[in-house]
Design a binder for this molecule. Structure first.
Ligand code: ZN
Length: 466
C-alpha cells in the first residue's frame, strides 16, 4: 500500500494551546512531525490564511439510536454530520437504541453495527439502570468509557432512572471500578405537571424549573464527595447551579460539567409557542441564565461543550402539532456546534482561543479518550479546517443527520468547517459540494471503534513499557 504522506501548511494552527504558524507532516494516518521547514517532495496542502487548522473536535455526548431506532438516527448519517461539523471522535449514549447499552451483549451489538457504517471514531458509554447496578464491571471490562444514569424519567421505558439510594450505589460501584458516572441531573420531585402542557413554551419551562436541576446536582456532588468517584454533570442548563459546582471542584470533589451549544446560543424568549424543535430536557432557559452559563464558561467552571445530539423522526418531534408535553425532547445540532457557539462568542467579544479546548481536550478528558483533541507528533491525524469569518445560513434539510429538523434551522451563523481529515484521510470537504448543495463524499474512510483503557490494561501497558 502506498504511504499516504503529505504536509499541511497553516498560518494559524492550534498547537500547544495557541495559534501558531506550522507545517504538519502527516504519514500513515498519524502526525509524523510538526514545524519542519523541509517538505522533502511531499504533497503540500495549504490552509488559506482566512482559516485555522484545528485538531478534530471531540463530542462525548451523541445519541446515535442505531440499532432499534435507526429511523431516528444511524451511524452513517450521524458520523457524516459529525465530520461536517469538524468532529472526528464521538462517544455514543447508551439509550434510545434498542437494546440500550446496559449489557455486554448489547455493547457487542452496538459495536458490530457501528463497525459497518461509522465514518469517524466511535466510543461507547454504558448505562447504569436499576437492573444493572452491582453488575457494571462487565461493561467496564468490555471498554465502555463510563456509565450514564438518569435521576428523572429518561423518555424511554427501557432505560429507567435511579433514585437517590441507587445513585449512591452506582457512584460507589463506578468509583471502585475507576470509571466515571455521567448524570442527567433533574429532580422529578420538583417538576410541574406535564399533562397540563400545551403549545405554550413558558408552561413547558415552568414544568422543569431550575430548582429541579440544582437539587439533582447537589445530590450528585454529595455522592461524588462521599465515594471519591468521578461524577460528570451532563448538559447543564441552569446557570444558577454553577457556584455549587465551582465550590465542589475547589473542595476537591471529582466533578466535571458540560453544557451544550443550544444553552449557550438560544434563549426561551425567542422560542415560539409550538416550536417543538427547541424542546429538550433540561429546557433552554432565559437570556439572563444564558449570561450565567457564559460567565461559568469564561471562569473555567465548565469543562466541555458537547452537542447532546438527540434526534427523532420528524413526526415524533412535531407530535401533537407542537404540544410540548407530547413532542420528543432532544436537539439536533451535531453538525453546527462550533459555528453556533462561535457566532455567539464573537458577539460577546470572546476569542476563538477560549472555545477550542472546550470542543477538544475538554470532552476528551471528560470521557477519558486518550490522545485525541490535539495536534501533536504521534497523535492520529484527526484535523479540521475552520473558516471563522465564513457566513452561512443553516438549512435543516441540507444538514447530514437523518431527519431534517434542527433548532438552528434558518439561523445565520458566522464560522464554518471547511474540511475534515480522519487519520489523514479526507472525511469531509465543503468544496466538493456545489453552492447551496449538501457536500458530497468520495469514499469516506471508516472510523475505528474505541475502547476505554481499563485499570488492568493500564497496568499491562506499564509493565510492557517498564
Ligand atoms: Zn443526551
Amino acid at each position: 500500500m502506498p504511504r499516504n504522506e503529505y504536509t499541511i501548511r497553516a498560518a494559524r494552527a492550534w498547537i500547544d494551546g495557541r495559534f501558531q504558524p506550522a507545517q504538519v507532516d502527516v504519514a500513515d494516518g498519524a502526525i509524523a512531525g510538526i514545524g519542519s521547514s523541509r517538505t522533502r517532495r511531499r504533497r503540500v496542502v495549504t490552509v488559506p490564511d482566512d482559516a485555522v487548522l484545528l485538531p478534530g473536535l471531540v463530542d462525548s455526548h451523541v445519541h446515535v439510536n442505531e440499532p432499534g431506532r435507526t429511523e431516528w438516527e444511524g451511524f452513517r448519517s450521524a458520523t457524516l454530520a459529525a465530520a461536517a461539523g469538524g468532529v472526528t471522535t464521538l462517544v455514543d449514549m447508551p439509550l434510545n437504541s434498542l437494546p440500550p447499552t446496559t449489557t455486554v451483549e448489547a455493547l457487542e451489538i452496538k459495536r458490530a453495527t457501528a463497525a459497518a457504517s461509522a465514518h469517524i471514531d466511535v466510543g461507547f458509554w454504558g448505562g447504569a439502570v436499576p437492573d444493572s447496578l452491582g453488575a457494571l464491571a462487565g461493561l467496564h471490562d468490555a471498554g465502555v468509557f463510563g456509565f450514564k444514569c438518569f435521576l428523572s424519567p429518561s423518555g424511554v421505558e427501557e432505560f429507567p432512572h435511579l433514585d437517590r439510594a441507587q445513585l449512591h450505589a452506582a457512584m460507589a460501584e463506578v468509583a471502585a471500578l475507576g470509571s466515571r458516572l455521567i448524570v442527567h441531573a433533574e429532580d422529578p420531585a420538583l417538576f410541574g405537571a406535564e399533562d397540563g402542557l400545551g403549545r405554550d413554551y413558558d408552561s413547558f419551562l415552568r414544568s422543569r424549573p431550575p430548582e429541579s436541576e440544582a437539587s439533582a446536582i447537589d445530590a450528585v456532588i454529595d455522592a461524588a464527595r462521599r465515594t471519591g468517584g468521578h461524577a460528570h454533570i451532563l448538559h447543564l442548563s441552569d446557570g444558577g447551579a454553577l457556584p455549587a459546582i465551582a465550590a465542589a471542584k475547589a473542595a476537591g470533589v471529582r466533578l466535571t460539567v458540560e453544557t451544550c451549544p443550544h444553552y449557550l446560543t438560544l434563549t426561551a424568549e425567542e422560542i415560539p409557542d409550538g416550536g417543538s424543535e427547541f424542546k429538550c430536557c433540561p429546557p433552554i432557559r432565559g437570556e439572563v441564565n444564558r449570561d450565567l452559563l457564559w460567565e461559568g464558561l469564561l471562569a473555567g467552571t465548565i469543562d466541555a461543550i458537547v452537542s447532546d445530539h438527540s434526534p427523532s423522526t420528524e413526526q415524533l418531534k412535531r407530535n401533537g402539532d407542537g404540544h410540548f408535553g407530547l413532542a420528543w425532547g432532544g436537539i439536533s445540532g451535531l453538525q453546527v456546534g462550533l459555528s453556533a457557539v462561535w457566532t455567539e462568542a464573537r458577539r460577546r467579544g470572546v476569542p476563538l482561543e477560549r472555545l477550542i479546548p472546550l470542543f477538544t481536550t475538554g470532552p476528551a478528558a471528560v470521557a477519558g479518550v486518550e490522545g485525541v483533541g490535539v495536534i501533536a507528533e504521534g497523535a492520529p491525524a484527526h484535523l479540521t479546517v475552520f473558516g471563522p469569518d465564513d457566513p452561512h445560513t443553516v438549512d435543516a434539510r441540507a444538514l447530514l443527520h437523518r431527519n431534517p429538523v434542527s433548532a438552528y434551522d434558518g439561523r445565520r451563523l458566522v464560522g464554518r468547517i471547511r474540511r475534515t481529515w480522519l487519520r489523514g484521510r479526507s472525511v469531509f470537504d465543503l468544496t466538493e459540494g456545489g453552492a447551496g448543495a449538501a457536500p458530497q463524499y468520495r469514499r469516506p474512510p471508516a472510523g475505528l471503534l474505541l475502547t476505554a483503557p481499563t485499570a488492568a490494561s493500564r497496568r499491562a501497558r506499564e509493565r510492557t513499557s517498564a
